[in-house]
Write a protein that binds this ligand. Sequence first.
Ligand code: PGA
Length: 255
Amino acid sequence: MRKIIIAGNWKLNKTAKETTELINLLKRDLSDISEVDSVVCPTFIALADARDALDESGIGLGAQNIYWEDSGAFTGEISGPMLKDLGVQYVIIGHSERRQFFGETDETVNKRIKAALKSDLLPIVCVGEMLEEREADKTFDVIKAQCQGGLKDLTAEEMGKIIIAYEPVWAIGTGKTATPDQAQEVHRFIRDLLAEMFNGEIAGATRIQYGGSVKSENTKELMGQPDIDGALVGGASLKADSFAAIVKNSCGIEK
Ligand code: PGA
């Protein structure tokens, strides 16, 4: 059985004070929901306030990136031991915005995943094709290369700690969601690939989130697909009502 996991990627939004305010609203709405994992990922500078505000709410805390060295002359970076020390549990790695705007490659994604695991953080690893790639019928090739490169040299035990997020780039922030069938097809492909790369048991247990214009209105249909085990939510996670509705609409769906 896989437990659905809904994570809010707050991207470059909200000051520390606004982060605390939003978390307080989420706690009111979500504190009695334990059948779905919910996670919020604020900016680095809001993580300490977020941790204090989350307290014992049961809502998890994630960062949006991690650097692969523990410390040293790497201006502007944040390391695994620093995140762990703050009480962070999850870390988003290889989001398409990092790949598009900040030069992330499958190789750097791989280094970041290893660093996260070394610090006992749970990676949420993002993969997804661009519109041109989908139109050129290259979706599966792109996803395969991203999974093989990003998850390179990991053991099955390490893979057991990783969450994958399939986020078609053309669906992120555009209001254009992949249809449940389109998403399910890629999720199934990823699960089969994980079975080949690791083993069937790990593939069957790995949670694969969908991301790209998820909102409360399309949650049930997406989460109802057999291989969709959660969502990575951008825009709709910035308001308590819409994020809480996505979590609530994911309840009662068995995986
Ligand atoms: P969106 O973003 O929900 O605003 O499309 C998703 C994401 O980038 O993780």
